[in-house]
Write a protein that binds this ligand. Sequence first.
Ligand SMILES: [Zn+2]
Length: 357
Amino acid sequence: MTRITRDQFVRRYQGDELNIEQAQQGEGGRRLQQAGMGAEQLHQADLNGDGKIQGTRELQELFRKVDAYDSNGSSRSFDTETRTGRTTQAGKVVSALDIMFAANNPQVEGFHINRPVGPGQANRSSDVRAVQSRLRELGFDIGVDGDWGNQTKNALEVYEAMLRGRSDSSDMRGVLRPGSDLHRVMASPDAPKWSRMPNRGPGFVNGDRDGYSYGSEKLAAVVQEAGQSYHDNYLRTHPGASVMDLNDASVRNGGDNRDHSTHESGLDLDIRLPRTDGGSGTQVGYRNYDRDAAYAMVEALASNPEVERVLLTDSTLRRMARNNNEPWAGKVQDGGRTHRDHIHVDIFPPESALSPS
Ligand SMILES: [Zn+2]
């Protein structure tokens, strides 16, 4: 025996819409009629009369229509199967509605899900599997087992946060609905990817040792570009100076981490401060802090159009940038107490990004 509660019913179709006239013409409409439900009942559930069933109130009303076929004695649930495993009339109505809702909410090419995936959603095994394997293709190291769980939830939240330009992925709901903007971006052949930060290149090395070497592919590209620019504009003429020494970006699959409240969605990066002996790792105000090299690094980063903001607690450096009328000076902000020993960089979200929501 399988029971569907009213809340489960609403969640099943939440976020989708059913165009009543259109839906009756297909296979779902035919099956609905066979099960004994007609257009009239659908129209009665369309409380605002716009020809569509959509939203919590109308879905609750639709639930009442389905529950009228049920005899389990509760107005809060209905049974889709009998004790002996036969499909009930309410069960037949629901499977017809499943087809109608799916037909009305067209698939996105290449990456199909039928029902919403996320906390409290339908989370059909085939849909969860599709989401997991797409997230793997997009760079996340997660299993593909069809079970909705924390690993999948985290990766989906991180991916959405990355697209929306949010450093804290716990702000995201982690819900993927068929045909949504998020679904379309994820399905597109050039969907932004998650990746490992590069180990080294002109002007930079990756000195991270504690697992913070992951982020958006775009952050990796910004590092390469800024490193190249620092190399060409400064290191070439100051061969003894420190290279840009990357420290924390995000952890393996992004999300919560021990050391930061941000750095969760692959859009943040820390860089150790250059020392006058050519090494790295010091603080503003220490005698071995190489302000000239730091200035050149900040310039390479802040003048990159993809960089949104640079934090460094060095008021002298910021004043110099303003006095020099550097076009990027406005991007460099005071990092307060926590940014005395590193340059923190935030980049804009990848192209095709979603609105910040
Ligand atoms: Zn930081």
